[in-house]
Design a protein around this ligand. Structure first.
Ligand code: FE2
Ligand code: FE2
Length: 183
């Protein structure tokens, strides 16, 4: 089992690869829609699981953790709002172009913020056994997490663990009905 940084990095790589694919010149509209859908699902699960395990550790263990966490959560809220709008925008529309134009740099900047600004301090503060335990918890929450962005869900980990589970169950039922994510 990997520690939380390895688990987070794996998912950051997936998200960044999807972002990269969206920049492929001449990408067909239906291929792009599939990538956008996958990005929405990956981002939704990743940020929800981070809000349960990563940010609470940052807040508790780092002296400036509260500020680091709040700035990170603001970035995640902004990304979730953009993802929500992307899901609602007509496929292959100018609106989708505009939203992607905002989302892609925001996602890159957010990953960079976490990895460069927050991880080094948390790495020094987390005992290895705790980092591994958090890695397992993060992965389990990710696997059972919501597949849609749910902006405005409070980022309180206790609330998320209940509300997030309910939202995830509803998302999965909707995914099954629409065969979303099945390609
Ligand atoms: Fe994040
Ligand atoms: Fe992240």
């Amino acid at each position: 089992m990997s520690d939380i940084f390895t688990e987070l990095e794996t998912d950051h790589q997936v998200v960044l690869r999807l972002v990269q694919q969206l920049h492929t010149p001449g990408l067909a509209p239906d291929a792009r829609d599939r990538i956008v859908q996958r990005l929405v699902m990956e981002e939704s699960k990743h940020e929800a699981a981070e809000e349960m395990w990563f940010w609470p550790a940052v807040r508790e263990l780092l002296s400036n953790g509260e500020g680091l966490r709040n700035a990170g959560l603001d970035q995640e809220e902004e990304a979730k709002a953009l993802l929500q709008q992307l899901m609602e925008a007509p496929a292959a529309s100018l609106e989708v172009d505009r939203l992607l134009g905002e989302l892609l740099p925001a996602v890159r900047a957010h990953v960079d913020y976490e990895q460069a600004r927050v991880w080094p301090a948390l790495r020094s503060a987390l005992p290895p056994a705790t980092a591994h335990k958090l890695g397992a918890r993060y992965r389990s929450s990710y696997q059972n997490g919501p597949t849609r962005p749910h902006p405005r869900t409070p980022a309180d980990p206790a609330v998320l663990k209940v509300a997030g589970r309910a939202a995830a169950a509803v998302d999965r039922a909707r995914d099954a009905l629409t065969r979303r994510g099945v390609s």
